[in-house]
Design a protein around this ligand. Structure first.
Ligand code: HEC
Length: 294
């Protein structure tokens, strides 16, 4: 058996307080109370109506039996009187049939009806007893985590998830945040060699696709433009969108590699295509050194 102590239930000093303030609890309780009162009122109203009706003209307990074969009208009436889903669900018997439920004993003239609860209700009832047994065994005899332990485990998991999320977010790149980063060129070259050589040549000189080493660009020559072209592709012109097949980090790497090719003057370059792109804001920060290294 484990003991629950209020102190151990708050294992972290700086943990945020969860739960409701006493005012909120009070309001919730009042709300529930009002709801129950409303329900009770409705039920009492209904009972009152039935009582008034019964007082006016009491319904006979046993229907007068009419002998003789059923005619069509009677048959139709009987058919219509089939119990509806609601009374079936609650195994309610129509008041005319109550006679058949009478248990043959009486106390001071008071009779009792044999009116058992519906089967589904009994099943549910016994199921809760079995569940309670299992619950008691798992949490209080076995090793099931108590509330305070669960709380600690959840806090730990949240901290782990947060670390993983932050680590993952650092790996995300897009066209707005992409920056020149010489340290990515080596990986970028590998990505290029596996995915892009077929159409852009092993030195980016261009074959099916355009030359990536000159100053002419069909879709813009800024790092952000190139990132966009690689990410979204130009599907109508045979340049695939790489968003699905490469991680954003891989795209950032290959884009940095392409930026490093500028002015590398490969043999047999493809003729320039597009417009000349001049970037005045960035003075080529990718050094010749990093190109030579690769
Ligand atoms: C199936 C052939 C093919 C492959 C593979 C391919 N490209 Fe392209 N790429 C093209 C074509 C064709 C164009 C020209 C699109 C146009 O005319 O608009 C192009 C255009 C480009 C451009 C824009 C050039 C400009 O002038 O604006 C860049 C950047 C580019 N590709 C990068 C890559 C990268 C990086 C890879 C590898 C991840 C790659 N491509 C893989 C065919 C390809």
């Amino acid at each position: 058996m484990k003991k629950i102590s209020l102190i151990s239930a708050t294992p972290l000093a700086d943990a945020p307080t969860i739960g409701l303030t006493s005012t909120e609890l009070l309001i919730a309780a009042l709300f529930v109370f009002a709801l129950v009162a409303l329900l009770a009122t409705f039920i009492m109203l209904k009972a009152l109506k039935v009582m008034i009706k019964e007082g006016d003209k009491p319904m006979p307990l046993v229907k007068e039996h009419q002998p003789g074969p059923l005619d069509y009208l009677e048959w139709a009436k009987l058919k219509k009187a089939k119990p509806n889903v609601w009374s079936k669900l609650l195994s309610l018997k129509p008041i005319e049939e109550e006679q058949t439920l009478l248990i043959p004993h009486a106390y001071d003239g008071i009779h009792e009806l044999n009116n058992p609860v519906p089967k589904w209700f009994s099943i549910l009832f016994y199921a809760t007893i079995i569940f309670a047994g299992g619950y008691l065994y798992y949490y209080h005899i076995g090793n099931g985590p108590m509330q305070d332990q669960e709380y600690v485990a959840e806090i730990e998991k949240a901290a782990k998830d947060k670390r993983a999320f932050l680590a993952n977010a650092a790996e995300k790149f897009d066209e707005n945040s992409i920056k020149l980063d010489g340290s990515m060129i080596a990986n970028g070259k590998a990505v290029f060699m596996t995915n892009c050589v077929a159409c852009h040549g092993d030195q980016g000189q261009g074959t099916v696709g355009p030359n990536l080493t000159d100053e002419f660009w069909l879709h813009g020559g800024s790092i952000s433009d190139i990132f966009k072209t690689v990410k979204y592709g130009v599907s109508a012109k045979g340049m695939a969108s790489w968003e699905k097949n490469l991680s954003s980090k891989n795209i950032a790497e290959v884009v940095n590699y392409i930026m490093s090719l500028k002015g590398s003057k490969p043999a047999n370059p493809k003729a320039p295509q597009g417009e000349k792109y001049e970037d005045k804001s960035v003075k080529d920060t990718v050094t010749n050194e990093s190109i030579a290294k690769n």
